[in-house]
Write a protein that binds this ligand. Structure first.
Ligand code: PLP
Length: 367
């Protein structure tokens, strides 16, 4: 059945005043402040219907709604960037739409047409365009998600769903300047196992990660590194970000990232950086990487940099890896040149100060 993809717009009757909005954009509190509107699309009887943009506000859910019991919930994250000519562009939103539908498939949820997924972002950014900050490192973070709403306690896929899109202004991720993080390699907990939901951006993966994150904090680390579930040896990811290791071979950087085995989340920043690395003339490899290999290569100086990447922070250098009985410092706990070069290249494209040669920007029609 084809879906209606025109969003019905009902403007908020209580939007933030210009002064209130400006004040919130001066001291951005990521993830706490939301724009005036949200997009909602309903799913029932096998079809998506009634796409609308309306005032941001609480949902009304039946207490038996299946998402509250069995966790059919998936999400995405991407950003709208203010461009030098004051227009606004989304970065690779079709990639998020495709991944959202792969996540939906894994959680036995319906896929949503790309036109609705991107159309929701276009409509929300258009009506809330004054909320897109234009300062250095700033953006509007877009959070699409889907939840199962059947009022039924039986264990089976829901028949009814809600797709929602909310937006939160995002400031400079490192207001004190970019600085390496420390990571704890957890052998106690795993994020994902073969055949599980590691490739899907589902809420439950995050619920299961919180205790490991707390363990990392207890060891004085900022983030957790996930190892494979079977051998607890192969490096997969860092928290909610993908990882890159920079080797030096004959003086030239070779960028290595853990290969996608089905238990890693296939990051869009990850795939973007693989392309940008090729553009910069760096060799790149996707392969399995053991913690032992990495520890030895850091100790010998063969690995000169480690960094993590994701939509929220773009690129975060890693300065220290710790685990039971070991600790290795990378690049004297300083930001490395390859991480900085790739970060500048990516931010330049996102902010429209560098040529978008791969056609990654999606311009939002604001008029
Ligand atoms: C979202 C996410 C990433 C990063 O994906 P991007 O598309 O680059 O933002 C990496 N790992 C996990 C576990 C994630 O949830």
């Amino acid at each position: 059945m084809s879906s209606n993809t025109t969003f019905n717009i009902t403007p908020s009757t209580t939007p933030a005043s210009a002064a209130d909005r400006e004040q919130k954009l001066q001291a951005i509190q990521f993830g706490r402040v939301f724009t005036d509107h949200m997009a909602v699309v309903k799913y029932s009887n096998g079809t998506w219907h009634d796409p609308e943009v309306k005032a941001y506000g609480p949902l009304s859910l039946d207490p038996s709604a299946s998402v509250l019991h069995y966790g059919q919930a998936i999400f995405e994250g991407f950003k709208a960037y203010r461009q030098p000519d004051n227009s606004i562009s989304l970065f690779r939103p079709e990639q998020n739409a495709e991944r959202f539908n792969r996540s939906a498939h894994r959680l036995a949820m319906p896929s949503i047409p790309k036109e609705l997924f991107i159309g929701a972002a276009d409509a929300l950014v258009k009506i809330d365009q004054a909320w897109v900050p234009g300062g250095s490192g700033e953006s509007l973070y877009l959070r699409p998600f889907m939840i199962a709403t059947d009022p039924f306690l039986g264990v089976r896929p829901s028949n009814e769903y809600l797709f929602l899109l909310i937006a939160s202004p995002a400031g400079e991720y490192f207001p004190q300047g970019l600085k390496p993080v420390s990571v704890w390699a957890s052998k106690e907990y795993v994020r994902a196992a073969p055949g599980g939901t590691g490739e899907a951006k589902c809420a439950g993966n995050y619920a299961a990660s919180l205790l490991a994150q707390a363990e990392a904090t207890q060891h004085g680390c900022d983030q957790v590194i996930w190892l494979d579930a079977i051998e607890r040896e192969y490096i997969e990811e860092m928290g909610g970000m993908n990882l890159f290791f920079v080797y030096r071979k004959e003086g030239k950087p070779v960028i290595v990232t853990p290969q996608l085995t089905g238990t890693l989340l296939p990051g869009i920043t990850r795939s973007t950086l693989l392309q940008l690395a090729a553009d910069e003339g760096y060799a790149a490899e996707e392969r399995r990487l053991s913690l032992t290999e990495v520890r030895e290569a850091i100790a010998s100086g063969e690995i000169s940099e480690v960094f993590a990447c994701g939509t929220a922070a773009v690129i975060t250098p890693v300065g220290l890896i710790k685990g039971r009985g070991f600790e290795v410092t990378i690049n004297s706990n300083e930001n490395g040149p390859v991480a900085l070069a790739l970060r500048d290249a990516l931010l330049g494209i996102q902010r429209g100060t560098a040529a978008d040669t791969h056609g990654w920007l999606h311009k939002v029609a604001l008029a």
